[in-house]
Design a binder for this molecule. Structure first.
Ligand code: GRF
Length: 192
């Protein structure tokens, strides 16, 4: 079984969707750890429901980003974690994690990259007036949502209704992440 860690900074709906896919037998993996950089984030409550351990570390309590990431890497190694799955982790990953988990870190982003990277991708897309947006799963590199693309789904914008558009995007995220992860863990996607 593939041991994974899910990293999240907020609500954790993608974490919960991945865990539910695992429980339904759609994804052969085990979430061995949830990592959050925001102690107290709602993802902790969701993890507790499934008895999944949480590592909650505030980067502010470390002298450097390298020290913060090394503390995470030590914990990932101790738990035999093979893949790092970012799901609403609102922080750039840097050298320490990227080296320790080379080609083993993936992210989900609520736009059709390379359009609208960074924060509030949905708001950026709506402000631009696009009619179709979507969701991207990609490998993580040192850039902001710049790594090689693994999978994408298009989502129609519901004009004048941000809430409905957002709901459709989140639904697409939850479905796409499971499919993309299953292909990755089965070795069907070349790690770049
Ligand atoms: C998702 O839209 C994800 O694509 C983005 O942040 C959001 C996290 O949502 N990077 P949640 O915490 O999984 O509910």
């Amino acid at each position: 079984m593939t041991n994974i860690a899910v990293f999240a900074s907020g609500s954790g709906s993608n974490f919960e969707a991945i865990q539910q896919s695992i429980e339904r037998g759609e994804l052969q993996a085990n979430i061995a750890l949830v990592v959050t950089d925001k102690p107290g984030a709602y993802v902790e409550t969701r993890a507790a429901k499934f008895n999944i351990p949480v590592l909650a570390l505030s980067p502010k309590s470390f002298d450097t980003k390298a020290a913060y990431e090394q503390a995470i890497v030590d914990e990932l190694r101790a738990r035999d974690i093979e893949w790092v799955v970012l799901a609403g982790y609102m922080r750039l990953v840097s050298e320490t994690l990227l080296t320790a988990y080379a080609s083993k870190i993936v992210n989900i982003h609520p736009s059709l990259l390379p359009s609208f990277p960074g924060k509030d991708a949905i708001g950026q897309a709506l402000a631009h007036g696009v009619k179709v947006t979507g969701v991207t799963v990609h490998f993580v590199d040192e850039g902001m949502d710049t790594g090689p693309i693994i999978a994408q789904t298009a989502v129609d914008v519901v004009e004048g209704d941000r809430a409905q558009t957002e709901a459709a995007i989140h639904k697409a995220e939850h479905a796409l992440y499971t499919v993309a992860l299953q292909q990755l863990f089965a070795g069907k996607v070349e790690a770049k």
